[in-house]
Design a protein around this ligand. Sequence first.
Ligand code: TXA
Ligand code: MG
Length: 343
Amino acid sequence: METTRFTRDTLSQAAAQLKTGQLVAFPTETVYGLGANALDQEAVKQVFHVKGRPSDNPLIVHVTGLEQVMMYVDEIHPLTKTLVEAYWPGPLTIILPIKEDAFPSVVTGGLSTVAFRMPDHALTLDLIETAGVPIVGPSANLSGTPSPTTADHVLHDFTGKIAGVLDGGATKIGVESTVIDLSDPTGVPVILRPGAITGEMLSETTQLMITNEPVVLKGTEAPKAPGMKYKHYSPKTNVIMVDSNDFEQVRRYLNEKALRAGILAGPTAAAIVRAEAGAIFMYQNDTVEAAAKGLFSGLRALDECQADLDVIFVETKEEHGLGYAYMNRLKKAANQQKFTNND
Ligand code: TXA
Ligand code: MG
């Protein structure tokens, strides 16, 4: 299959492909999504197939606004409107109970709820509007690998396997949307996946205590967001987290060992290990926003680079605000491994 790079000029062709059951990846403010018509069971099955995604992991349905959502739900949580007004379009995915048979069961993984999201990207809102149907969109990466933040990342994973990708440039935020569960109309909303819309922001908006704490999984109880139980974001190279203050120790460590190390860090930390590193991917600056934006891109670039790295050291951030989402993804990529100072 030929895989086309669509642009604004060829957006209507991309929409036509979606309408006829083909897969087209699309940009958002977070990461690229792997799009298919959410009402077309065969198309949605293809999404699972090409990603290699477990079938019990439900998909986010992308819409152009609350009006489109209302076609598929009955009773909504009283906070839905407040949250939509405050954060849509934007990186907040809202889980709501749906009408029976509103979507093919492949979309929901058999659940009676659906995760809805209105992405903050003009091209993609046009795409959904032109296609005239809601669009499913898991992150457009092979299951388990770092999420895609450019059209090139999508093409790397899916050339020959999908109809195309709508190229909207590099994504602004770099980590996936916050997922909030509003499926119980009488319950307090719960964050199932942290993102750029933080617990602090949601608490302020709703005047309720909504925390960033991850959902605790008891024994074999099924997780609330099924995707959270799978291996995630992992490049082929081993990833180790390093606190900003420990890069001097990393420098000494690399001086002693014959290791080819990749460095993914802000300018200040990267400067310390510049001479010892096998390859460096530097965040644009030392802020958490720059780190979130560069994380997946950096992991992919270092994994693919010619330096044949033994390990990738990645700078940590404080776990609040966007830093909570950044560390949530980084810990998974690193399988929790952290550099410890042995002197
Ligand atoms: O930023 C994003 O959300 C991106 C862009 C493309 O929109 N999409 C994305 O999709 O990250 P995906 O499929 O990689 O992650 C969706 C997460 C998974 O952890 C999934 O288990 C959870 O949302 N999820 C989806 N539907 C759900 C539901 N009905 N109940 C609970 N969790 C759900
Ligand atoms: Mg994903």
